[in-house]
Design a protein around this ligand. Structure first.
Ligand SMILES: Nc1ncnc2c1ncn2[C@@H]1O[C@H](COP(=O)(O)OP(=O)(O)OP(=O)(O)O)[C@@H](O)[C@H]1O
Ligand SMILES: [Mg+2]
Length: 258
């Protein structure tokens, strides 16, 4: 069977998409799963967070333009069982370039199709927008995961995000499902937190995960040392939360296999 592809999406910036792709990916590898993490953001935070310089060889922008380059773009990382499809700022102009190409929404899907046998899970780090890059991720994905900070402004973007997922499901990718909402930078001392969590739970019944990731300074520090939290601060709350998330991920994926 091919790999399961999970797009980590939220058009709001700074909600923990990149942190989640990196550290959930490493957690799954620690649980003996073969993982590919895909950097689909021109900011290339996932790429640099794993210690890679952008612009050194092929990157995901080359793959979008020519999906047959995917094999020569895969990079192994310092974490066993985790490979990376790197990004660079070459991705900045990609939406304009794609406009004139055939099947512009399915470029990433075509690329991942070529390597589907190599990984159990593919986690895609999306940029903070619902543009063509994110649409490529949604068209390639089996599931959507939405990291969210439980604060008032989180609710604003929710309906546009779920409408976008629904539209892609209806018109381009009928197999697409939401795997869940994970709360990040969670602060149980804030009274508002519980109210927001409840409201999001009403909006997405059954889809808010038990695992929450508290604000943890180690998680914020780790990228500047080019390390996942597991290597930078193995005993930290951040590591524990992301290992919990890995376990819940496998349970929820298991439910989807029926
Ligand atoms: N649980 C956490 N506690 C503290 N800091 C965190 C936590 N999660 C992420 N961060 C930090 O918050 C910032 C934003 O996180 P991250 O880059 O993962 O968000 P993002 O959604 O990918 O952002 P963007 O939309 O810009 O791509 C980063 O500096 C990251 O290190
Ligand atoms: Mg990011």
């Amino acid at each position: 069977m091919g790999s399961k592809v999970i797009a980590v999406v939220n058009q709001k910036g700074g909600v923990g998409k990149t942190t989640t792709v990196l550290n959930l990916g490493v957690s799954l590898a620690y649980m003996a799963q073969d993982v590919l993490v895909v950097d689909l953001d021109s900011q290339a935070n996932l790429t640099s967070g794993l210690g890679f310089q952008s612009n050194t060889s092929y990157d995901v922008s080359d793959v979008i333009l020519d999906p047959s380059l995917v094999n020569s773009t895969l990079t192994s990382t310092k974490v066993e069982l985790v490979d990376l499809l790197p990004s660079s700022n070459n991705l900045v102009g990609i939406e304009l370039l794609l406009k004139d190409l055939d099947e512009r929404e399915y470029r990433l899907k075509q690329a991942l199709h070529r390597i589907g046998h190599m990984y159990k899970y593919v986690l895609i780090d999306c940029p903070p927008s619902l543009g063509l890059a994110t649409i490529n991720a949604l068209c390639a994905a089996d599931f959507v995961m939405i990291p969210m900070i439980p604060e008032y402004y989180a609710l604003e973007g929710l309906s546009m995000l779920s409408q976008t997922v629904r539209r892609v499901k209806e018109t381009q990718n009928p197999g697409l499902d939401i795997l869940g909402i994970v709360f990040t930078m969670y602060d149980p001392r804030l009274q508002l937190t519980q109210a927001i969590v409840k409201e999001v739970g009403n909006f997405f019944p059954g889809l808010t995960w038990d695992t929450v990731v508290p604000r943890n300074v180690r998680l914020a520090e780790a990228p500047s040392f080019s390390q996942p939290i597991h290597l930078y601060a193995p005993k930290s709350q951040g590591t524990q939360s992301y290992m919990d998330m890995g376990r819940e991920f496998l349970v929820r994926m298991g439910g989807h296999h029926g």
